[in-house]
Design a protein around this ligand. Structure first.
Ligand SMILES: [Zn+2]
Length: 321
């Protein structure tokens, strides 16, 4: 019984708050996810309703694992940003119900006097890849997610890298086409304005692409059109892949990295995207140390964010603050 209790002490609750869904996991010291919860983000303007959905999600994971709240040794959370870090006050662009929402304080009220650590979701992703994914054993790496947005996080000298305000690794706003399309951030030609799923769809639409009747207008439809040989869809995916390759070449030069792990739904858009990415990296990364950076797809099946959030608490020496 005593050994069992000791084991439970190393169990943490991990939360991953995205723009459309929330996920929770009960994670042990070995990085095994013992229970899971998942809820869609409710469409609401009430901050408490949104928090209630998160609580439901967390309780489902605890129930699934058969773990009582009182046995949780800490809570790690990755959330869409922006946020005030390390205070954990979040104002996610696509969750308007939360503006300056004291997420970390609310989780403390909920789970008592255990460590509660809240960081940007892309930083959780990088930590997850370094702890249990393609970045294991590397000292310097970048994780990049290409999805409805483009985000990134860094591990430098074997440690989580926060930057001054907790915003290091915002690769989505590296400039890849100075005269390129407008970005939601207010700039022009940011990686996200070209390579995110919605951006690629918008650019294809501007050239006249439409999905077939009854198919929703999204990155998946664009990828399917490209796979079926549609030229506009293919060009848009190539432009997205090229933009990611250019950005990665810049990151390799600035940071002297061993690995860049690329993840996110839109990064799985097929060969037009990947071939363009690799060709652009090859063209723009010219120095020996930049060319040595490996670009690898994630093998964590979308769980890097949860694992990273858990690692904030479980491995404080490398990933805590
Ligand atoms: Zn931008």
């Amino acid at each position: 019984l005593r050994a069992h209790d000791a084991d439970l002490k190393r169990i943490v609750l991990a939360l991953d708050i995205g723009g459309t869904k929330m996920a929770a996991g009960v994670v042990d010291g070995d990085g095994h996810i013992r229970g899971r919860g998942r809820v869609p983000v409710p469409s609401t303007t009430n901050p408490d309703d949104l928090f209630e959905a998160l609580r439901t999600c967390a309780d489902r994971a605890l129930q699934d694992a058969g773990v009582l709240r009182s046995k949780v040794a800490g809570v790690g959370c990755g959330s869409v940003g922006p946020m005030e870090w390390p205070a954990g006050k979040v104002s996610p662009l696509n969750l308007p119900a939360w503006r300056g929402f004291p997420l970390r304080d609310r989780l403390h009220e909920e789970f008592g006097r255990v460590p509660v650590l809240v960081h940007n979701d892309a930083i959780a992703l990088a930590v997850g890849e370094h702890w249990r994914g393609e970045g294991v054993g590397t000292a310097n790496m970048l994780a990049l997610t290409v999805s409805t947005g483009v985000g990134g996080g860094l591990i430098l000298d074997n440690r989580i890298y926060h930057g001054t305000s907790g915003n290091a690794g915002h690769i989505g706003h590296i400039i890849v086409e100075p005269n390129g399309p407008e970005c939601p951030c207010g700039g022009n030609g940011c990686l996200e304005a070209i390579a995110s799923g919605p951006s690629a769809v918008r650019l294809a639409q501007a050239e006249g692409w439409r999905p077939p009747e009854g198919v929703s207008l999204d990155g998946r439809a664009l990828a399917e059109a490209a796979a079926a040989g549609n030229e506009i869809a293919t060009r848009s995916l190539e432009r997205a892949g090229q933009a990611v390759g250019v950005a990665l070449a810049s990151c390799a030069s600035a940071l002297d990295l061993q690995v860049a792990v690329v993840t996110g739904g839109f990064s799985q858009s097929g060969p037009s995207f990947w071939k363009a990415l690799e060709a652009a990296f090859d063209q723009h990364a010219r120095m020996a140390f930049t060319r040595r950076m490996q670009i690898l797809p994630s093998t964590l099946f979308g769980e890097a964010g949860l694992l990273g959030a858990a690692a904030f608490v479980l491995v404080p020496g490398s990933y805590g603050w």
